[in-house]
Structure formats: structure tokens, C-alpha cells
Design a protein around this ligand. Structure first.
Ligand code: ZN
Length: 295
């Protein structure tokens, strides 16, 4: 990434399964760089201590990184290494180069397999005492809900995420409700993308699943508006790519439910840099650290 948020080159590889695979990838990118490199930025899910680059908590496929300091792991040629949660790096990208430019209070949600969150409050990106602040996907929405990956029950992520949508649709198939999609030959569940599509075409089960999911997302956004009083809400991640279908049911209802306290409508927009927003913001961390850019 360049200072203007321009993507200079991109290299893609499957998520590493070992620390050495991650190190090898970073080193190979360093070797292939054709412009001067100022530093290495990493956006990663989980709880990252941005001050030390230590991965404090990282459940799931990348669990092997838990406890590691990324600056030690990927150090190359004495370059500085910056790291933060990937939703936060997505927010950094939006603040530096995207729709949140010049704003002081912004809430960002990444809607994908899980739900990530990041908040700019009074011009400061909230990190909390240990880097765990603003895991907005883990606010409780359903006090009688299912167990979440985080150990809590009924989190937003268990109600509105691609996995939650796919699970809910699977339950309709399993109950032999009217569905237009079925399991594939290997027993695989339809993807969230396919469920959005079939809902638009009139699948009653898909419609019901999405109605309930959007109800949850709306309730969460109302809470975030009341807690953070943002100028702007940004929705990113794979599900956000559904675009207008995602925003239309949400925007008006959030405005209606927050009108008494707020007396203004908070715009809800899609992330500018869908696809590489988190990556751009990881580079932004380096530029901020070196005071080449400021928020
Ligand atoms: Zn949770």
C-alpha cells in the first residue's frame, strides 16, 4: 500500500497453518517488493495488543499464533512491524482513505463468517485495557441463545453471520420446511450467498431466516448508536457485499428506533475497501506509527 491508500501490489496465499509458513510468506513478499518498504502491517482476527503486537487471544484456525509477538515472528531487515485486530485495521483504512475520512465518531462492523467490530470515539480508536475492546459481534442479543465461540450465549455473531444464517437455513431443511435449496452431495449446507439469492427469488425459508437475522442486526445497531453516538456506521465483510439488499431493511428501522434520543439519522454505508480494507488499514498502522499520516 502507498501513502494515498493505493494498492501497489498484492500477493495472495491461503491462511498459514504454522508460524513458519506465516514467516515465509512475509519474507517472500518482502523479497518481491519493487518499491521502498517502510514497515510491515498485519491485520488479524482475535485480540491483538497493538502496543506489543502480541496475539493475546485467537480461537479457531489461527490458534497456533496465540501467545506470539508478531513483530518477533515476521521480523525481516529490521523493518518495524505493526499489528491489530482486522476489524480495527479496516476502520483505520476507512478513516485514512475511505468514507470515515474527517469523522471523529464511527462504528464499523465486519459481517462475514463471524462479526468483527471497531470504534472511533472522539477521534480515538478504542482498544481497551488489553486490546479486546469493541468485539461488537459478542454483545448479547438473545439471553436464551446458543453457545458462542467466545463462551457467551446468544451473541450477535450467533444471530447474524454467514455461519448463523447457514445454520438457520439448515434447520429449515432438516425440518423438511419448504426450501428451494438443499444439501449438496457431500451433505454441505447452502452458502449464505446462495441463501440471499434464493430469498430474493421468493424462498420462504430463506426469507424467514434473513428476516430474523436482520432483526438481530438492527437491534444491535440501535444499541451501538445509543452507546457510541456515531456520525457514521460502516458495514464491511463478505455479507456486506450483498449491498442494497443488506442496507434497505436496516437503515430506516435503526433511524426510527433511535429518533427519540438522537434527533438525527445516522448514515449506514458499505465499506469502501471491501476485499482489501483490512489489508490497507494494516499498512495504515505503519504510516500512523511513523507519523506520516494522522487521524
Ligand atoms: Zn460471542
Amino acid at each position: 500500500m502507498g501513502l494515498r491508500g493505493d494498492l501497489l501490489a498484492s500477493f495472495r496465499e491461503d491462511s498459514p497453518r504454522t508460524a513458519s509458513a506465516l514467516r515465509d510468506f512475509v519474507h517472500s513478499v518482502r523479497k518481491r517488493a519493487t518499491v521502498p518498504v517502510l514497515g510491515i502491517g498485519i491485520g488479524c482476527k482475535g485480540v491483538i495488543d497493538a502496543a506489543t503486537t502480541r496475539v493475546n487471544r485467537l480461537p479457531g484456525d489461527l490458534h497456533f499464533l496465540e501467545g506470539s509477538k508478531l513483530c518477533d515472528l515476521v521480523a525481516v531487515d529490521g523493518l518495524p512491524v505493526c499489528a491489530d485486530n482486522d476489524a480495527r485495521t479496516a476502520l483505520v483504512a476507512e478513516v485514512l482513505w475511505g468514507s470515515a475520512r474527517g469523522r471523529r465518531n464511527v462504528v464499523l462492523l465486519t459481517l462475514g463468517t463471524g462479526v468483527g467490530g471497531a470504534v472511533l470515539a472522539d477521534g480515538v480508536i478504542l482498544r481497551g485495557a488489553s486490546g479486546a475492546a469493541c468485539h461488537l459481534g459478542h454483545v448479547t442479543l438473545d439471553i436464551r441463545g446458543g453457545l458462542c465461540i467466545c463462551g457467551n450465549y446468544g451473541c450477535l455473531e450467533t444471530c447474524f453471520s454467514s455461519r448463523a444464517i447457514e445454520s438457520a437455513y439448515f434447520a429449515h431443511i432438516h425440518r423438511a420446511s419448504e426450501t428451494r435449496l438443499s444439501l449438496d452431495d457431500a451433505g454441505g449446507v447452502p452458502t449464505a450467498e446462495a441463501i440471499f439469492q434464493t430469498a430474493a427469488e421468493g424462498d420462504p425459508s430463506a426469507r424467514r431466516v434473513l428476516d430474523l437475522a436482520f432483526e438481530s442486526l438492527t437491534a444491535a445497531l440501535v444499541s451501538f448508536v445509543n452507546v457510541f453516538d456515531p456520525e457514521l456506521i460502516i458495514l464491511g465483510g463478505n455479507i456486506a457485499a450483498a449491498g442494497p439488499q443488506l442496507l434497505a431493511p436496516v437503515q430506516d428501522e435503526v433511524a426510527r428506533r433511535t429518533a427519540v434520543l438522537l434527533d438525527r439519522k445516522v448514515p449506514i454505508v458499505l465499506q469502501n475497501n471491501v476485499g482489501y480494507g483490512g489489508v490497507a488499514g494494516a499498512a495504515g498502522l505503519v504510516f500512523l506509527q511513523q507519523q506520516l499520516l494522522t487521524i
